[in-house]
Design a protein around this ligand. Structure first.
Ligand code: PEP
Length: 231
């Protein structure tokens, strides 16, 4: 099981206090993804640390971007790519997401690549089509790389308090795995009180947690639920 905390553009918990709280939890790979300025402090506290994005070039005139080599130098172990907030607010295309993922994997980083449909796409009955296009872009570029993890994040469930039912999430995860055989995390309003039932589903391999990762005890409770789900 993998539980990753996406701190978005928030300062997030104090890294050494978080590391101390997580130290006794076994059987889960815990990842934190702070803003870029938080990477070194998290690495320094011994946390497995991912960036929230990564560029495909090693260096160049790409203001506001960060390269895989720069992340490695900072001690990061990987990067999230294709988060729906990047796709929605910053126009990230499937092609860009695939290039980011491929470059990061090629440099030796881990990757959590996010996919998911909007409410409108689900209402139109387009969920599988959307997931297929997003997952195939990543799969065509990276293959079933052993450092690649996918995250199913239905856009309508992110930061809204609306969680996918375990059955709905399980169905989407099984579909995603039929396209690309890699672990799939669920993301979308995961909280301590819904984590166990989500992670009891056979094709849910962990969680990508936004809001609830900003508070040490709620994030630790989700990690503990993940640990119990496969014990
Ligand atoms: C996320 O940011 O990836 C996320 C799933 O957010 P939240 O848990 O707040 O819905």
């Amino acid at each position: 099981m993998i539980v990753a905390g996406n701190w978005k553009m928030f300062v997030g918990p104090e890294p050494s206090a978080l590391a101390a709280r997580l130290a006794s939890i076994e059987g889960v790979d815990v990842v934190v993804a702070p803003a870029y300025t938080g990477i070194c402090p998290c690495v320094g506290a011994g946390l497995t640390t991912y960036a929230q994005n990564v560029h495909w070039e090693p260096e160049g005139a790409y203001t506001g971007e960060v390269s895989p080599a720069m992340l490695l130098e900072a001690g990061a172990a990987g990067a999230i790519v294709g988060h729906s907030e990047r796709r929605q607010y910053f126009g990230e295309s499937d092609t860009a997401v695939a290039r980011r993922a491929r470059a990061a994997l090629g440099a030796g980083l881990g990757v959590i690549a996010c996919v998911g449909e909007t409410q409108e796409e689900r209402d139109m009955g387009d969920t599988e089509t959307v997931l297929r296009v997003q997952v195939e872009a990543i799969g065509d570029s990276c293959g079933p790389h052993d450092r690649l993890v996918l995250a199913y994040e239905p856009v309508w469930a992110i930061g809204t308090g609306r969680t996918a039912t375990p059955e709905l999430a399980q169905e989407a995860h099984a579909f995603i795995k039929s396209l690309l055989d890699r672990p799939v995390l669920y993301g979308g309003s995961v909280k301590p009180d819904n984590a166990a039932e989500l992670m009891a589903q056979p094709d849910i391999d962990g969680a990508l947690v936004g809001g609830a990762s900003l508070e040490i005890d709620s994030f630790a409770s989700i990690c503990e639920a993940a640990a119990r789900s496969r014990s």
